[in-house]
Design a protein around this ligand. Structure first.
Ligand code: 4FV
Length: 248
């Protein structure tokens, strides 16, 4: 997968792309990232990329020309790939959106800065707007990094089977089940017996029950009862009954 990232702070990216899974994905030729400094296309003497907002008000606005020139010179006048603006006004990024966007082999990401960007960038260049959450950051660089990270780990061959995305949180629309590793006993805290017994069917059921219960407790908004299988409904009822016993 190819990403072209347009930013005023290219120095933010290298360290993240040169470590761990993303570094290995690049070494394996599964991930290609090119980072472009929008200021390189600000042709005025002071390479200005922001200006005062028409209509007044605080803060500065990202100018349209440097962004247009940067994207056009890298992707041409009609880019063949989606041009994604990271912005709080975008559709909220979820695992489902990640699975949708990873279908593309090439994405362009525009990182906003300042109070916002000139609206004509949205109107004439941007084909998709993504928000990583209802809060305001100083720039779109972190959201761009998150998007590249979430998509890259879904690319075939990036995660080894020990890291597989299959049993991810949200893969089944549920929160992840608890995980344990050595030591088996920590002071008086034991690893749940079922995980030590080697009965994979019992382990599968326990993990599903925990995912359902945790989702019911922490993110009931994710639980769409109609979509649950009979087994899932039964396991969730068990969890709720046991939970109510405990809190009694
Ligand atoms: C953001 C978000 C975000 C807004 C003004 C950058 C900042 C500044 N981007 N999801 N939340 N962007 O806060 O994507 O330009």
């Amino acid at each position: 997968m190819q990403f072209d990232i347009f930013t005023l702070f290219p120095e933010i990216f290298p360290s993240y792309f040169d470590s761990s899974i993303l570094k290995r994905a690049r070494q394996r030729g599964l991930l290609h990232v090119d980072v472009h400094n929008i200021r390189d296309w600000a042709v005025d003497r002071h390479h200005v990329t922001d200006d005062l907002p028409y209509g007044g008000g605080g803060g500065m606005i990202m100018k349209v020309e440097p962004v247009f020139s940067a994207v056009e010179s890298i992707l041409g006048t009609s880019p063949s790939c989606p041009v994604v603006m990271l912005t709080p006004q975008g559709r909220v990024f979820t695992q489902k959106v990640a699975e949708e966007l990873v279908q593309y082999s090439h994405l362009a990401l525009i990182c906003g800065r300042y109070e916002g960007v000139d609206e004509r960038i949205r109107e004439h260049l941007v084909t998709d707007e993504i928000s990583i959450g209802d809060f305001v950051l100083t720039g779109g660089e972190l959201p761009a990094l998150m998007l590249v990270d979430a998509l890259t780990r879904l690319l075939p061959g990036v995660l080894g089977d020990e890291e597989s995305a299959q049993q991810d949180s949200f893969m089944a629309g549920l929160l992840d089940h608890p995980h344990y590793t050595r030591p088996e006993q920590l002071s008086h805290q034991m690893v749940p017996e079922v995980l030590l017994g080697g009965d994979h069917e019992a382990i599968r059921k326990w993990r599903l029950k925990q995912s359902l219960g945790r989702t019911w407790l922490r993110r009931p908004d994710l639980l769409i009862m109609e979509t649950l299988s009979d087994e899932q409904k039964a396991l969730l009822e068990q969890f709720i009954a046991e939970f109510r016993q405990e809190v009694k």
